[in-house]
Design a binder for this molecule. Structure first.
Ligand code: PEP
Length: 255
């Protein structure tokens, strides 16, 4: 499939930023800036901002996502939020397996897989993050690491459900560091990931899948990264916190 036929998706990961009033202000500023976007726009906001964001994005082309969900439907999991709770609020997507969850909160390939299963079962779409550490890149095992992460995360996910999975390649060494992967590095690993999807699901699913790059993407480097054949969008942290910066990236992804 031609790249132009795949959905281009720009998602902002706000991480632990923005109070409810700040979230409302940011989305009100963003709405008019991206009303003519030629790509899909998602904002992944903190749990406390979800209700505000869903209301602020009503009638716009911005879709609201969470940054994580738990695998159980309910129960004794203090501090966690279930996929069903998100779906009932009008949330449509969730990030799963972000490297900050893997690094700081004990997320494993197994728990990533369980969270994805729960999200899909509740009708949510998933932005699945995979990526290598700097030491793994330097050891020449990037392809192996991201392939294993992807295969483990997608265990039990059907070809049909792949329509609700976005894969985000996020080299850990490039997240929040200001160090961006070169366009060539990003394109190469996104291509490897498409190859993994082809192995798992065949060529049609692999060619239709949206694969994002994430890691210090900004208004200045977005166009070059997004021009890569296998880079269909971006997952953006820092640069999604200012409406004009995020809008410039959306513009760069628009077709
Ligand atoms: C992210 O949080 O997924 C991310 C890519 O962050 P940043 O753009 O700040 O590197």
């Amino acid at each position: 499939m031609n790249k132009a036929l795949r959905p281009a998706v720009i998602a902002g990961n706000w991480k632990m930023n923005k109070t409810r009033s700040e979230a409302k202000a940011l989305l009100e500023e963003l709405r008019p800036l991206c009303k003519d976007a030629g790509c899909q726009v998602i904002v992944c906001v903190p749990f406390t901002d979800l209700e505000t964001a869903v209301a602020a994005c009503q009638g716009s082309n911005i879709t609201v996502a969470a940054q994580n969900c738990h695998w159980a439907a309910s129960g004794a999991f203090t501090g966690e939020i279930s996929a069903g709770m998100l779906a009932e609020m009008g949330v449509r997507w969730t990030i799963v397996g972000h490297s900050e969850r893997r690094q700081y909160f004990g997320e494993t390939d197994e728990t990533v897989n369980k969270r994805i299963r729960a999200a899909l079962d509740q009708g949510l779409g998933v932005i699945l993050c995979v990526g290598e550490l700097l030491s793994q890149r330097e050891a020449g095992i990037t392809a192996e690491v991201v392939s294993l992460q992807t295969k483990a995360a997608l265990q039990g996910v059907s070809a049909q459900e792949m329509g609700r999975i976005i894969l985000a390649y996020e080299p850990v060494w490039a997240i929040g560091t200001g160090k961006t992967a070169t366009a060539q590095q990003a394109g190469e690993v996104c291509g490897i990931l498409r190859g993994v999807l082809e192995q798992l699901y065949g060529s049609q699913v692999a060619q239709a899948a949206t694969i994002q790059y994430g890691g210090s993407m900004n208004a200045g480097n977005a166009a070059e990264l997004l021009a890569q054949e296998d880079v269909d969008g971006g997952l953006i942290g820092g640069a999604s916190l200012k409406a004009p910066d995020f809008a410039a990236i959306i513009q760069a992804a628009s077709r």
